[in-house]
Write a protein that binds this ligand. Structure first.
Ligand code: DNO
Length: 400
């Protein structure tokens, strides 16, 4: 069976560790959320969290994320120092018995949604991405130089019309959601300061001279330095795909397609150079064939994010219930379970791939609890239970 894990945001998370076993959770996915990218994770700091998890009869299954600093991504003068710090953090994690690390290599901005409170037909609340709203943010709020080159005429016109109808408070809320609310609670470099828009623009500008090829070189330097150490320490590194998997704000994106991952794994051809199979991220790009991808990279899937989405017209998509989206959740779970059987046959001990019900819609009591966008308690619990039901049923047929 896949290992049932839960993303826990540390001691300040309103969902407490002692609740998790009641939900059938086996492993915890967390990070040292108070540390910024580039800082060393000391063994003491890791142990503190690890002991809290152990005390509840759970295990720290995956670090999500050990963040890669902007310095490393930009290959700046501090890159080497930050890579050394990253390696030291890996050594400390290994010494505390933590052996799976999720990270991403997205410049400046991690995941992007333009509406954090989209009402689905059933009254639940979820998140949506609308290319027109995003274009409006880029063209009129950020006023990024050259932005108009990135959008088709029709999208630009729709963005202009929508911006003209927006109040100042609405455009501020949009910028705040995109830059702070969705980024602030993960280990991002983003700081909640009064001039956050200017700081964000400066971060974008700092990438001006870094085209895709230099960005790839920077990734390559990072992964070639880290994987030999991860191998020695038996730490499975698993890159998280770009979310959404296409270029934004003129920034390079290098973890979006099958070809990208072929390239990523070729940089350090080791099984420890692995993948977080995030179906919701990959599935936002219609041309990505998820079943093909999960089959192609099966042996190096060290972690799975299972969720679903629905595509709407005009390139919009929203995060649907786990069971009722356009993506083949059952097919993906089937492929992961088959991979586990293959691993067992080969004598591999990592034959229980951790997954988490990724995101969830706000339902029922979620409306009266505080949660980070995408991480309501009940919506996620519903997803976890559904996924678990699917895997029990599939496993029954696969093994009997
Ligand atoms: C958002 C998450 C991402 C993810 C990181 C992994 O909900 O899926 O922030 O944790 O990209 O490095």
């Amino acid at each position: 069976m896949l290992e049932k894990t839960w993303r826990w945001f540390g001691p300040n998370d309103p969902v407490v560790l002692s609740d998790l076993r009641q939900m059938g959770v086996e492993g915890v996915v967390t990070s040292l959320h108070h540390l910024k990218p580039g800082e060393v994770w000391s063994a003491e700091a890791i142990n503190e969290i690890s002991q809290m998890i152990d005390a509840e009869g759970l295990r720290w299954s995956v670090v999500e994320s050990l963040p890669v600093s902007e310095e490393i991504k930009k290959g700046s003068i501090k890159a080497e120092e930050h890579i050394r710090a990253y390696i030291e953090s890996l050594q400390n994690l290994a010494s505390c018995g933590v052996d799976r690390v999720c990270y991403n290599f997205m410049p400046v901005i991690d995941w992007v949604r333009t509406d954090l409170a989209y009402r689905d037909e059933d009254g639940s609340e979820t998140m949506l991405y609308d290319p027109v709203t995003f274009a409006l943010f880029d063209l009129y709020i950020l006023q990024r130089k050259g932005a108009e080159m990135d959008y088709p005429e029709a999208v630009q016109q729709a963005a202009a019309a929508r911006f003209a109808k927006m109040s100042e408070a609405e455009s501020e809320a949009l910028a705040y959601n995109l830059i702070i609310v969705t980024q602030g609670f993960i280990n991002s470099a983003v700081e909640n300061r009064s001039d956050y828009i200017a700081a964000f623009k400066a971060a974008l500008e700092s990438y001006h001279r870094i085209g895709e090829s230099r960005f790839r070189d920077n990734f390559s330097r990072f992964i070639r330095s880290v994987i030999p150490v991860a191998e020695e320490l038996h730490i499975k590194m698993c890159i998280h795909p770009d979310d959404p998997p296409f270029p934004l704000l003129g920034l390079p994106r290098i973890a979006s397609t099958m070809d990208d991952f072929d390239w990523i794994f070729a940089q350090a051809p080791s099984f420890y150079n692995g993948l977080t199979f995030c179906m919701g991220s990959l599935g936002a790009r219609k041309a990505n064939n998820l079943l093909l991808m999960v089959e192609r990279f099966a042996e190096r899937v060290h972690f799975a994010h299972l969720r679903n989405l629905k595509h709407l017209d005009g390139g919009r998509f929203f995060e649907s219930g786990h069971m009722d989206g356009d993506l083949d959740l059952v097919g993906i779970i089937d492929r992961l379970l088959r991979e586990q059987i293959r691993r067992r046959e080969k004598g591999r001990t990592d034959d229980s791939i951790p997954f988490r019900a990724d995101h969830g819609k706000k339902i029922l009591d979620d409306f009266s609890r505080s949660s980070h966008p995408g991480y309501p308690l009940i919506g996620r619990l519903k997803g976890l239970s559904e996924i678990n039901g699917i895997q029990q049923a599939l496993n029954y047929s696969l093994t009997s």
